[in-house]
Design a protein around this ligand. Structure first.
Ligand code: SF4
Ligand code: SF4
Length: 378
């Protein structure tokens, strides 16, 4: 009972379900964390139906759930099979109880995909790391740069009037070039730009080698760019920090953590579900096993969440969060960052600091407070 209460103290309802329509990807990015991206395992409509049944229990019209299609490369499934996976969700979508998102490398986007994405009102997120030189680690299976194909897909989305966001992985080359990165990405016409400072996770077991002061300079550069480009796309990390500061300064700090952390159930092609971090899907470990909370074909996701506190990694993560709350001056803003980074970097979910939180959460805050302008423009 105590574990269940602790779980409810940290976690709110599932606001995001991540689904893996296929393990396959047509690219082979150097830093990719996915262990099975060369395998062609595909989700069946029966598994999608079981997820839709679970989603129906988790949502209502006022609180829609985001169904995030995330591969592999989701579009590698092909339009016909992808449409068959969307079908079980149609009643929920038309009732405003779910909406779809897809995270894609954009290389397969053509007019027919644009029609499909428009028809189902799919929010599109595209992964691109910047201009060609900074995008060099995004390559196809033959090691050829994917840059031209990615940009062509993005321009197709733009021409179709499909709203999209861009996510860039920032590595050791990009961390010193925030202005060049932003100038390039903004020119592509996204609604939002997000930055993921390169992480050590999954089968990517290399640390990125970026120092915290480099990351701080990067975020200062992002903030300076924002000040001179006020009409440009939203910048995800600055928006998050600005939202926090607005609430904290107006005495509404409670609103910041009102909904609790999202347990982010992630459903693999065969219906297996992991919690807390999509990056744990397909990972095996002697200590933690396969991280599975259950399988949607035999159990609802609500039922899995009800028992989640019994999973060793979830219980350890809650210990890590409690330690963050007691020990870290950034906790009020950060709320504990990601479970998987603790595991992949430190070997345990009960730990606190990681490169991820130092470079993406702590350096973001210190960039603001050590810059001459203490106000953020989001
Ligand atoms: S496009 Fe995404 S899934 Fe595919 S190899 Fe690159 S990082 Fe991995
Ligand atoms: S910045 Fe790191 S140590 Fe601090 S609360 Fe966030 S995850 Fe925990």
């Amino acid at each position: 009972m105590e574990g269940r209460l602790e779980f409810d103290r940290w976690f709110g309802r599932a606001r995001t379900l991540v689904l893996q329509p296929t393990t396959l990807c047509n690219l082979d990015c150097v830093y990719c964390y996915l262990p099975h991206r060369r395998l062609n395992n595909e989700m069946t409509p029966e598994v999608a139906q079981a997820v839709a049944d679970s989603a129906a229990e988790l949502t209502d019209p006022g609180t829609p759930v985001d169904i995030v299609w995330h591969g592999g490369e989701p579009l590698a499934l092909g339009r016909r099979k992808f449409t068959a996976l969307l079908a079980p969700f149609e009643d929920l979508r038309q009732a405003g109880r779910i909406h779809h998102s897809v995270q894609t490398n954009a290389t397969l986007i053509d007019d027919k995909w644009c029609d499909l994405l428009t028809r189902y009102q799919v929010h599109v997120g595209v992964s691109i790391d910047g201009p060609a030189a900074l995008n060099a680690r995004r390559v196809d299976l033959r090691g050829r740069p994917a840059f031209d194909r990615i940009v062509r897909g993005i321009r197709r989305l733009h021409d179709y009037g499909i709203r999209f966001s861009l996510i860039a992985v920032v590595g050791a080359e990009g961390i010193d070039q925030p202005v060049a990165l932003l100038d390039f990405l903004a020119e592509l016409g996204p609604h939002t730009i997000g930055f993921n400072v390169e992480e050590m996770e999954g089968v990517n077991d290399q640390r990125c080698g970026i120092a915290q002061d480099q990351a701080e300079r990067f975020w200062k550069g992002v903030m300076d760019w924002r000040r001179t480009h006020s009409g440009g796309p939203a910048l995800r990390e600055l928006e998050r920090l600005a939202d926090y500061l607005r609430l904290a300064r107006s005495g509404q700090r409670g609103e910041w953590c009102r909904y609790g952390l999202d347990p982010i159930p992630t459903v693999s092609t065969d219906g297996d579900v992991v919690l807390m971090s999509p990056e744990l899907a397909g990972i095996r470990d002697d200590a933690y096993g396969d991280f599975l909370a259950g399988n949607v074909r035999s159990q609802s996701i609500a039922g899995m969440l009800d028992q989640a506190h019994r999973l060793r990694y979830v219980a350890e993560f809650m210990t890590g969060l409690s330690r963050c709350q007691m020990e870290c001056e950034f906790f009020d803003f950060c709320r504990g960052a990601q479970a998987c980074n603790r595991y992949f970097e430190n070997g345990s979910f009960a730990t606190t600091e990681t490169d991820y939180c130092r470079l993406t959460r702590q350096a973001l805050v210190t960039a603001l407070y050590t810059s001459p302008q203490k106000e953020i423009v989001a």
